[in-house]
Design a protein around this ligand. Structure first.
Ligand code: SF4
Ligand code: SF4
Length: 81
């Protein structure tokens, strides 16, 4: 293996843990129940089925959430931050 290819591998492995750490540092979305009108748009678009409604309040199951933030993008009343 050439020295250049070895160095590229070392560099790529050095970047991967940093990328994972950055994702970990992104906060989970938060839903403000005062603004939520329970329209269901966030539940409909969530690819991870991470949103559930209990007693008319929407919750995010963080163990399923991928932090894609599609829910925040579709919320018509900007209740998801
Ligand atoms: S951030 Fe993505 S995965 Fe998480 S609850 Fe919103 S739509 Fe679902
Ligand atoms: S999209 Fe917004 S208003 Fe609609 S249910 Fe989700 S949080 Fe509530």
């Amino acid at each position: 293996m050439s020295e250049t290819i070895k160095q590229q591998l070392v560099n790529s492995q050095a970047v991967m843990p940093k990328s994972r750490k950055r994702i970990d540092e992104i906060p989970f979305p938060r839903i403000d129940p005062e603004f939520c009108i329970d329209c269901g748009e966030c539940r409909a678009i969530c690819p991870s089925k991470a949103l559930v409604t209990l007693d008319d309040v929407v919750f995010i199951n963080e163990s399923k959430c991928s932090k894609c933030r599609l829910c925040a993008a579709v919320c018509p009343v900007e209740a998801i931050h």
